[in-house]
Design a protein around this ligand. Structure first.
Ligand code: FAD
Length: 503
C-alpha cells in the first residue's frame, strides 16, 4: 500500500508498529523491503521524496565540495522514489572474489565477508535490476594472450527505472506500507543508547513530527546521506550514532573515471573491450584494481551530436533530454565539434580511446562531514572532502603504461598517454572535461569486524547498536572497481535474510 505521509497526523502513526522500518527507496531499500515482505515481515518503507523529482526534496541534497573537484552534490544523486536508480547508467558487475581479499600494500583493505556470501543472491539481484544475460564477450583484440590483463565483461540493466517496475507490487502488497514524503530527521534511542525505540520523520506538508515504531531499522539513504544522517543524529550521543570511534563519514571512496589516452589502431575495432589487471600486476606493481575501457571511436551521427550540443548549452533542453532519456546528457563526450573532426578526417576511425574506472585507496581524510548550513528540517548539510593520493594516481598511470606495452608488443596499436598522466602534479582532470567518478559514493560507514576500523559489522548492523542496520555502498569495506549497485542489492537481500531470523 502507498500513502502520503503528510495525509496523516502523528496519532495515526502512533497506533502502528512494524517488524522492520526501511528508510530510503533506492536499489537498496526497495530490494530489501521486497525480500522482507516475502519472508512474511511487515515493513514500513519510508521515502523522503515523492514519486517525481521535486525541488523541495532534491535541494535537501545540496552541500559543499571542499576537496577534489567533484560534481555538485545534489546533481550526483536523486531524492525521490527509486533514489538514484532514476538516473543511473545500468552498468552491472558483481565484485570478483579478489575484491574482498586484503591487499598487503593497501592498509585496512579486506572485507569480513567474501564473494561466496553474496553469490546466493545473484539470481534475485538479476531480477531486481532486470539485468540481461551476459552477452558473448567480443573476441579480444589481443587473441588469447592478454598479458598482464584479463578480459572482463559488464552486464546492463534492461529496464533501468526501478520504481515504476515495482509500483503495482508495492500498491498491492499486504506487508509493505510505503510512505512518501516521509523524511527521516532523528532516531530515539533507549536509555542505554543501544536500541532504537522509534524513528522520527517530517513530511513537507505538516509541521509536526511523527514516529514509526519497529523492531529493526535500516538506513538506505545512499552513500553520502547515511553518514550525514548518523552525524546529525547527535541529540543523545554527542558524536553521532555509530560514531564512537570517529569513523562515520570517513574513507569516502569513488571510482575515479578518467580518459587515459588515445590508441592508434592497425585495424579498425568493432566492439568495446574491457580489461582488468591480473593479480600479479597488482602485487608486483603495488597498485589497486581497475577496469580499462578500450573503445573504438564511434561513428557519430550529425543529428545525435547536434541534439547533444544543444542540450549541453541550453539548460532547458538538457533537462528535457534527461527526463526523456532518464539519464544525464554526458556533455563530456561527443558533440558537434567531435562530429566535425570525424567528418573532416575519416582516418579517425582508426583510433580508439582508453579510459579507466579504478579502485581508490582508503584514506581517513577523504570524508563526508557536516557543514554549518542546515536544510529545511534543521539537518546540517554535507561538506564533502574527497581526496585521492599517490597510490590512486600510480594505479592509473601503471594501468595505462602496461596496457600501452601490451598494445605495442602485440602490434594491435600504439597508445598516446594523456598529458595529465605524464604530469607529476598528480592531479586528475576535473568536472569541466572529465567524468571524474561514478558517481559512486562508497565506504563512508564501512564494514569491519572491529568497531575501531568500521561502522557496521558483517551483518550490516551498526557497531554498538542492537537494531540499527545500514544498506547501500556506504558499507563497502573497499570499493573494488565494479559499479556498486549490483553488490548493493546482493547485500540488501542478504540483510533481509539476516533480519528474517533475528527480529
Ligand atoms: C548519473 C549516475 C549514473 C550511475 N550509473 C551507475 C551504473 O551504471 N551502475 C551502477 O552500479 N551504479 C551507478 N550509479 C550509482 C547508483 O545509482 C547508486 O549506487 C545506487 O542508486 C545506490 O542505491 P541506494 O539505494 O544505496 O541509494 P540511493 O539510490 O541514493 O537511494 C537513497 C534513497 O533514500 C532516500 N532518502 C535520502 N534521505 C532520506 C531521508 N532523510 N529520509 C527518507 N528518505 C531519504 C532518497 O530519496 C532515495 O530514495 C550511478 C549514479 C548516478 C548519479
Amino acid at each position: 500500500m502507498i500513502f502520503h505521509a503528510g495525509a496523516f497526523g502523528p496519532e495515526w502513526f502512533a497506533d502502528r508498529a512494524f517488524d522492520v522500518c526501511v528508510i530510503g527507496t533506492g536499489p537498496a531499500g526497495l530490494s530489501l523491503a521486497r525480500r522482507l515482505a516475502r519472508h512474511g515481515l511487515t515493513v514500513a518503507l519510508m521515502e523522503g521524496g515523492g514519486t517525481e523529482l521535486s525541488f523541495e526534496s532534491q535541494e535537501i541534497y545540496d552541500g559543499e565540495n571542499v576537496g577534489a573537484d567533484y560534481w555538485p552534490l545534489s546533481a550526483s544523486r536523486r531524492r525521490f522514489l527509486g533514489g538514484s536508480s532514476n538516473c543511473w547508467g545500468g552498468w552491472c558487475r558483481a565484485f570478483d572474489a579478489a575484491d574482498f581479499d586484503p591487499v598487503k600494500h593497501h592498509p585496512l583493505s579486506g572485507w569480513p565477508i567474501g564473494k561466496a556470501d553474496l553469490d546466493p543472491y545473484a539470481a534475485e539481484t538479476d531480477e531486481v535490476l532486470d539485468v540481461g544475460a551476459a552477452e558473448d564477450m567480443p573476441a579480444s583484440s589481443f587473441g588469447k594472450d592478454t598479458g598482464d590483463f584479463r578480459q572482463i565483461d559488464f552486464r546492463f540493466s534492461q529496464e533501468r527505472l526501478l520504481a515504476p517496475r515495482f509500483m503495482a507490487e508495492l500498491r498491492a502488497s499486504q506487508k509493505i506500507q510505503l510512505f512518501l514524503e516521509a523524511n527521516l530527521v532523528d532516531l530515539e534511542l533507549d536509555d542505554r543508547r543501544r536500541t532504537v525505540r522509534h524513528a522520527i520523520f517530517r513530511s513537507f506538508m505538516r509541521p509536526e513530527k511523527f514516529e514509526i515504531q519497529a523492531k529493526a531499522f535500516v538506513l538506505c539513504l545512499g552513500g553520502l546521506e547515511n553518514p550525514r544522517f548518523l552525524l546529525n543524529a547527535n541529540r543523545q550521543i554527542a558524536a553521532g550514532i555509530g560514531n564512537q570511534h570517529d569513523l562515520v563519514g570517513r574513507f569516502f571512496n569513488e571510482h575515479p573515471h578518467q580518459n587515459v589516452g588515445h590508441v592508434l589502431l592497425r585495424e579498425p575495432m568493432l566492439n568495446r573491450e574491457f580489461y582488468a589487471p591480473q593479480r600479479h600486476l597488482i602485487e608486483q606493481q603495488e597498485i589497486l584494481s581497475f577496469a580499462l575501457y578500450f573503445s573504438p571511436v564511434r561513428q557519430l551521427s550529425f543529428t545525435h551530436e547536434l541534439i547533444r550540443s544543444a542540450a549541453c548549452n541550453v539548460a532547458f533542453i538538457e533537462r528535457l533530454a534527461e527526463v526523456v532519456r532518464g539519464t544525464d546528457t554526458r556533455c563530456y563526450v561527443g558533440g558537434l565539434d567531435d562530429f566535425l573532426k570525424q567528418w573532416r578526417n575519416p582516418d579517425i576511425m582508426l583510433t580508439g580511446t582508453l579510459s579507466i574506472a579504478s579502485e581508490q585507496a582508503l584514506d581517513r581524510e577523504s570524508r563526508v562531514r557536516l557543514g554549518d548550513d542546515t536544510d529545511r528540517f534543521g539537518m546540517r548539510r554535507i561538506e564533502l572532502d574527497w581526496r585521492y593520493g599517490e597510490l590512486d594516481f600510480r594505479t592509473i598511470r601503471t594501468a595505462a603504461t602496461a596496457f600501452g606495452e601490451l598494445l605495442a608488443e602485440s602490434n594491435v596499436g600504439r597508445l598516446k598517454i594523456a598529458d595529465w598522466l605524464l604530469d607529476d602534479t598528480a592531479v586528475f582532470p576535473g568536472t569541466d572535461t572529465a567524468q571524474v567518478g561514478g558517481p559512486h559514493h562508497m565506504c563512508t560507514t564501512r564494514m569491519s569486524d572491529s568497531p575501531r576500523q568500521g561502522v557496521v559489522d558483517r551483518d550490516c548492523r551498526v557497531h554498538g547498536m542492537d537494531n540499527l542496520f545500514i544498506g547501500g555502498s556506504s558499507v563497502f569495506a573497499t570499493g573494488g572497481y565494479s559499479n556498486p549497485t549490483y553488490t548493493i542489492v546482493q547485500l540488501a537481500l542478504r540483510l533481509a535474510d539476516h533480519l528474517a531470523v533475528s527480529v
